[in-house]
Design a protein around this ligand. Structure first.
Ligand code: ADP
Length: 625
């Protein structure tokens, strides 16, 4: 029969599985059972709208057989099954490209990838040298058989199967010196594996056990009989009292369901009584999934109605700023046949979603107050999302989120909350100061940031694109205005100093105009007394800061006109300024060149590129020769 080729990515993944040195090969069973359970879910869902395609709820099951002599293990389900096309598409081209990218970046060994993503169906090849999948969908006459012995390819042919569903047959590898595979054929170790990884699966996982029993009525005689046992406890974990659930149980539930094998930073499990009753089991992951900040990421919570899954990912249950939360809501108040269309109007659901949002916020707040280290690691992963939440919807969620966000403080280069900053502010400080830069260190080095610090004030160091937009949306915190140190809003000077500067600017107008003319592209040039030891710096005036213009101009639909109005501030006390004053009288040509150099320096300090590098290089060379 013709052998079909695996799609390249799949081949790579498959190859990794076959040659896996992963010590937890046993997880293959969890993966197959989880697929079987998903398939039953799918069939069950369909039966809600197409009644003829379903079974009674208690007829769904996953069935395992193991035969030590023939070394064959099977996992069967009466779920949705796969058509020939689906067999080909789902098993021939496994879409794990994200995980492969990840793997090539982290080329250690394949432990990472298994830990991070789960590996799905191909994990069967860690323990089997041949895998056969026979599957039939509802209403089809024929079933199809997919078979593969590894990377060389697979075959697909028509076959017979009576019932709807899928049977996966694994030809377990022979035992070798390094590796024993026979445990995967031994009923009691299979039972142990099911308990360990798949106990929460809400369909019965059954297997026949051969037991020796005394024969009734015949003293001393025994007989062998077959006993069908259900291996999993089925009762959903979330229905138990939180006090009865161990940390390991939460962890295994979480990793099994959400394919994240790192411990969540927080488990939130509670039951709400009252007008709407529900149980929530929520997890806050410790790291962002690889696709979190991409369009592919879908947020949502699972919805259960009295233990029955009715929606796998209900986006309406989570606001965008908490989109990282994983978990489920179970409520008898949610109707079994709720659909995506009726969801938004559903009053009960909206009430639950609001309550869940509040709970998440409170739990995060608690974490911040009780376990700073954990909170900071959480914030590193998801802080941008929270800041984006403040900024989105015109600041509607400001109150909710403002005490959860953090920025780097100039005091110790560590995270600080706005509340902590505000509590530390001296009486005399009028505003909350921030500086923007590619890194916190660069922001800290801005002349204007240094000037604020030398007054004894703290500066928030903003490094992410969203940061300044977040603060601009908030406008103030505790009635203290946010001020970007590189703008004309910086309000450090005393009345006296301001007056003195004004006079200086007035009397130096001719020189300042000359500088503006020579440099070009500037909105204005003025003397400043807040530059410390630096000769010059850039700032902006009007609403748009240098940083905001930089971020906005990167947007795909950025038009012209997204420019900050630049101001070149010149340190009136600096020796260079005296030099320029001198040249302005004696050698205008040279003076103009120096002004250009001064401007280039100021651009560099602000994290901007030099506009005309060739000219700049020429001017420097001239200076050096
Ligand atoms: P994942 O489950 O992460 O999508 P897998 O590699 O485990 O990836 O499986 C690929 C696809 O094959 C599944 O998404 C599903 O569509 C299909 N599949 C696997 N096992 C079964 C099964 N027992 N019944 C029906 N479909 C299945």
């Amino acid at each position: 029969m013709e052998k079909k080729q695996f799609q390249t990515e799949s081949k790579k993944l498959l190859d990794m599985m076959i040659n896996s040195i992963y010590t937890h090969k046993e997880i293959f069973l969890r993966e197959l059972i989880s697929n079987a359970s998903d398939a039953i879910d799918k069939r069950y869902f369909r039966s809600l709208t197409e009644p003829e395609s379903g079974l009674n709820r208690d007829e769904y099951e996953i069935f395992i057989t193991a035969d030590e002599d023939s070394r064959i293990l099977t996992v069967s389900d009466n779920g949705c099954g796969m058509t020939a096309d689906e067999l080909e598409n789902n098993l021939g081209t496994i879409a794990k490209s994200g995980s492969l990218d990840f793997k090539s970046e982290n080329s250690a060994d394949n432990v990472d990838i298994i830990g991070q993503f789960g590996v799905g169906f191909y994990s069967a090849f860690m323990v089997a040298d041949k895998v056969t999948v026979v599957s039939k969908v509802y209403g089809a006459d024929k079933a199809y058989k997919w078979e593969s012995e590894g990377v060389e390819g697979y075959t697909l042919e028509e076959c017979d199967k009576d019932s709807v569903g899928t049977v996966i047959t694994l030809h377990i590898k022979p035992d070798s010196e390094e590796e024993d595979y026979c445990e995967f054929l031994e009923p009691y170790s299979i039972q142990r594996l099911v308990k360990k990884y798949s106990d929460y699966i809400h369909y019965p996982i059954r297997m026949d056990f051969e037991v020796t029993k005394p024969v009734e009525g015949k003293e001393g005689e025994t007989e062998k009989t077959v006993e069908r046992r259900t291996l999993n406890s089925i009762t959903p974990l979330w229905k138990k009292q939180p006090s009865e659930v161990t940390e390991e149980e939460y962890q295994s539930f979480y990793s099994g369901k959400f394919y994240d094998y790192e411990k969540p930073v927080k488990v939130i499990h509670y039951r709400q009584e009252g007008t709407v009753e529900y149980t929530a089991l929520l997890f806050i992951p410790s790291h962002a999934p690889f696709d979190y900040y991409s369009k592919n990421y879908e947020k949502g919570l699972q919805l259960y109605s009295s233990g029955v899954l009715i929606m796998d990912r209900c986006a309406e249950m989570l606001p965008d700023y908490f989109s990282f939360v994983k978990g489920l809501i179970d409520s008898s108040d949610i109707s079994l046949n709720i659909s995506r269309e009726t969801l938004q109007q559903d009053h009960q659901l909206r009430t639950i979603a609001k309550a869940v949002e509040k709970k998440i916020k409170n739990e995060l707040q608690k974490l911040l107050e009780t376990d700073r280290e954990k909170y900071e690691s959480f914030f590193k992963a998801f802080g941008s999302q929270l800041k984006f939440g403040v900024y989105s919807d015109y600041g509607t969620h400001k109150e909710l989120l403002q005490d959860l966000i953090m920025f780097t403080s100039s005091n110790d280069m560590k995270y600080t909350t706005l509340k902590e900053y505000a509590d530390r502010m001296p009486e005399s400080q009028k505003s909350i100061y921030y500086a923007c830069g590619e890194t916190a260190e660069k922001a800290l080095r801005l002349p204007q940031a240094q000037a604020v610090i030398s007054k004894g004030y703290e500066v928030l160091l903003l490094t992410e694109d969203v940061d300044e937009f977040t603060l601009q949306t908030m406008m103030n915190y505790n009635d203290k205005k946010f001020v970007n140190v590189s703008t004309d809003e910086l309000d450090l000077a005393t009345e006296e100093e301001t007056k003195k500067l004004e006079e200086e600017n007035k009397s130096g107008k001719e020189l300042l105009d000359f500088i503006k003319e020579s440099v070009g592209g500037l909105n204005s040039v003025r003397f400043s007394n807040t530059l410390g030891g630096h000769p010059a710096a850039l700032s902006s005036e009007g609403g748009m800061s240098i940083e905001m213009a930089r971020v906005l101009s990167k947007m795909p639909d950025a038009g012209e006109g997204l420019k900050a109005s630049l101001v070149l501030e010149i340190n009136s006390e600096h020796a260079i300024t005296s030099k320029i004053r001198e040249l302005f009288e004696s050698d205008k040509d040279k003076c103009a060149k120096y002004c250009k150099l001064l401007y280039a320096q100021a651009r560099l300090l602000s994290g901007l590129e030099i506009e005309n590098a060739e000219e700049f290089s020429g001017l420097i060379s001239e200076l050096m020769i």
